[in-house]
Design a protein around this ligand. Sequence first.
Ligand code: AMP
Length: 303
Amino acid sequence: MSLLVVGSVAFDALETPHGKVDRTLGGAASYFALAASHFTPVRVVAVVGDDFTDEYRAIFKGRPIDLSGLERAAGKSFFWSGRYNANMSERTTLVTELNVFANFKPILPPDYLNSSSIFLANIDPSLQLSVLKQVRRKPKIVGLDTMNYWIERAPKELRETLKHTDILMINDEETRQLTGEHNLLRAAQRVFKMGPKTLVIKKGEHGALMIHDKFLFSVPAFPLEEVFDPTGAGDSFAGGFMGYLASTGSLSEHNLRRAMVYGSVLGSYAVERFGVERITKLKRKEINSRARHFLNLTSFKLQ
Ligand code: AMP
């Protein structure tokens, strides 16, 4: 099964209570692709500048990640900088420089056109839609992430893209903002009317909730003694989730439930080190072992 992601490939400057890095590989599509590639081959659609040297390209090497859709443009790559508070529950964005992303018009290489699963990471909804329009056949699975910036500034374009989306993956605040409804179950009913039949609400250290029009499923965040850097947890969650689903090719209830666990597994590994370091070194054995921990963590018998 072929999984395509469109989103940012960036340089990040990060500051957490555990330390500081001035420039590390980041971007939603980077975290997503590295996480999803543990389950299925991934095709990346993004743009980078001429500061994206072979040293950074090498981070994706040795994994089933196709970078032929990673355009190189003159100028600087997307740059983002963020600082976390002492208990890492809040993050302040210090800098967002779109750079080469400002004029990006994604063009899919010919061998991407048959992609059957697509993840539209958090970027301008009109770019997300333009990717969907280029694929040859209607994909089996379309997932989408967005944020307050696009909900406020491009509501019409976002609504249009949502019509073609199966799974919306956003956080609780974004859910409330998008629907104008505080209660998440009622908010999901509004989301269903917009297009997606599955809503995955990411709640950071409180795990994630899946609201499907036929069932509910909740998964905790894996309890960790030390979180190093929460950056990319959501994108790694999405990568584990979509990567697993794409590898099965079906949106059955069992698959969706397992995808929630694999999402949580990848999200929990991502935060153990700065940037993408941990998920690039991750072994399938470690993924399976943590998935089993989730089983123990959540199973109980009634009487
Ligand atoms: P997350 O922690 O899952 O929200 O993702 C953080 C990653 O998203 C960082 O690596 C950033 O480079 C990237 N990022 C931050 N802001 C934006 C934005 N406005 N558009 C696209 N990517 C972004």
